[in-house]
Ligand binder design. Structure first.
Ligand code: C5P
Length: 214
């Protein structure tokens, strides 16, 4: 079983995916971390995010260990991740990484769950089950600010800068030519704006139980 989960930043897709991974014994990949790991190396090596060739060359060197780096969460890295996520050649490398991940599933896991922006549309169009998680912009903003307080500093200026960057990133992700953030036509849409974490997870799990578990 493959579950594809897509949605914008702060929608709750990561929390829901982790919950579903535990509940249904699935191997989980947060694909945003792939783009963040690439961005971190691009920043460290002082590469211009618009230098398609250099960014793609770095993409080829990414390993699973890079994705497990605990320091990938800040909005600064995310901003660069979203700039390099428009590069078609780099995306092809990332696509292969994600498909390899799906192929690597072995018992005791019963399948894989991936969350990102283009999982249901590009990476796993044949997924057993597709979810699109969303929430109103002001709610997503609030959640992301709470989440990033620890990593990016908590001054009001820093928080409003985080909010600004997130809006910019969402716009870029939704309007880019290649693999834009969009719900697959067959995705089940959950708006988490008025839901608690528990309610959102339960709703997603009920859908998976009803439509995806044989
Ligand atoms: O999910 P997260 O917010 O960590 O993703 C960081 C950035 O990586 C996104 O804003 C997006 O530009 C890019 N991304 C992508 N495709 C994915 C996952 C993330 O383009 N499947």
């Amino acid at each position: 079983m493959i579950i594809a989960v897509d949605g914008p930043a702060g929608s709750g897709k990561g929390t829901i995916s982790e919950y579903l991974a535990m509940k249904f014994d699935l191997l989980y990949l947060d694909t945003g971390l792939l783009y963040r790991a690439l961005a971190k190396t691009v920043i460290r090596e002082n590469v211009d995010p618009k230098n398609f060739q250099a960014v793609t060359n770095i993409a080829h060197t990414l390993t699973f260990q890079d994705v497990q780096d605990p320091n990938l969460r800040g909005e600064d890295i995310a901003a660069v991740a979203s700039q390099i996520a428009v590069i078609a050649e780099a995306r092809k490398v990332m696509d292969e990484f994600q498909r390899d991940f799906c192929r690597s599933v072995k018992l005791p896991y019963k399948g894989a769950i991936l969350d990102g922006r283009d999982i249901g549309t590009v990476i796993c169009p044949e997924a057993t089950c597709k979810l699109f998680i969303t929430a109103r912009p002001e709610i997503r903003n609030q959640r992301r600010m709470l989440e990033t307080q620890g990593t990016d500093g908590a001054s009001p200026e820093a928080l409003s800068e985080i909010a600004r960057k997130m809006v910019e990133r969402d716009n870029r992700d939704s309007t880019r030519q290649i693999a834009p953030l969009t719900a697959a036509p067959d995705a089940f849409i959950i708006d988490t704006s008025g839901l608690t974490i528990e309610q959102a997870c339960t709703k997603a799990a009920e859908y998976v139980t009803q439509y995806c578990v044989a």
